[in-house]
Ligand binder design. Sequence first.
Ligand SMILES: Cc1cc2nc3c(=O)[nH]c(=O)nc-3n(C[C@H](O)[C@H](O)[C@H](O)COP(=O)(O)OP(=O)(O)OC[C@H]3O[C@@H](n4cnc5c(N)ncnc54)[C@H](O)[C@@H]3O)c2cc1C
Length: 367
Amino acid sequence: MKKRFDVVVIGGGVIGCSIAYYLAKEKIDVAVLEGQQIGQKTTKAAAGMLGAHSEWDQSENFFTFARSSQLTYFHLQEELKELSGIDIELKKGGIFKLAYTELEKMQLDPLLSQTSARWYNRMEIKNQIPDIHPDIIGAAYIEDDVNVLPASVCHAFGKSAQMLGASIFEFSHVLEIQKNDEDFLIKTTNGHFIAKTVVVASGVWSNPFFKQLGIVHELIPVKGECISVRSEKAILKHTLFHKQNYIVPRNDGRLVIGATMVDNEWNENPSLGGIEVLIQKAKKMLPTIADMKIDSFWAGLRPRTLDHKPFIGIHPEDPQILFATGHFRNGILLAPATGKLIRDLILKNKVENTWIEAFKINRSSSV
Ligand SMILES: Cc1cc2nc3c(=O)[nH]c(=O)nc-3n(C[C@H](O)[C@H](O)[C@H](O)COP(=O)(O)OP(=O)(O)OC[C@H]3O[C@@H](n4cnc5c(N)ncnc54)[C@H](O)[C@@H]3O)c2cc1C
């Protein structure tokens, strides 16, 4: 078995698999080392919203990064399907950000000043969604904030990367990274690997690598719980969103209700209290959801940095070590742009300077 690569990516979530894909496309000899199986951790827990507009103010330079990633998805669907045979299930229909009061409507003004968003009054929403809660006074509608199936995105990136020559090693938990002259020796539960360049993409479990590699950061786990329900008839084509809670329709008729935000919690099991809160919030958006049948429930750990922005960049003292982690609430949305940015940094391609500054490891707002 070959164990020497130009680039080794540690972690096979959506971020690691996207990086492998964009490197393999450039014919770079890349391997992903995944401790368990790809796409089974935080990636699998996500709702899959691509909320470039609904999550950020357009004035933030972060928005341009998020928007470029969102736009990539619109052609990525075909590209990945052709290579991997896997459908990422991009669901059109957009998102309604709901307002129940005049104050909430005013808070939507910055969003509504964007050309991509439009105000719908109560009657207009009712025409689209007859079962909507009667207390809603209106909503901002964003057509481009669609959703995808996160685990399928990860598998499609991984399989496509393999089709282009990348290697994926599952059940290869990385224990230690050692620098030997020009190369890295990577010790795993599946033997030793050698690489010229290492990319840490281990989600919320990146902390031991920060420590080993002399970086003083710590990612904070923010637990999120979700439920999915089924109904006999499809009653929702659009995502409903209110104050970090949402109902996301899937192509197969399921509705995903999410998500709680529990700071500093490492336990990955959903709690009864969390599920209860989700049901209450969902009923306040769509009362008829109470009649639906529970399909499943789960939880995942979002990797949060202090300033809520990811670390995507080069180690301040070693150009052969890169980080792509801390994607918090938006790793699915940001996966394509992150993969491309890491590719460009490794290949020394021209990169948007504002992005380098916003996401660099040694920025002052993150320590
Ligand atoms: C409830 C919930 C809802 C969410 N909804 C959305 C959403 O709608 N839209 C959106 O964009 N984002 C959403 N997110 C956020 C998104 O899921 C994350 O930002 C994203 O999955 C992070 O991906 P990752 O690849 O960094 O991490 P992960 O998916 O956790 O992958 C990291 C991988 O590294 C592996 N690993 C760890 N340590 C090692 C080691 N030592 N050796 C080898 N492998 C290792 C792990 O096994 C894991 O597979 C949501 C998250 C949650 C919890």
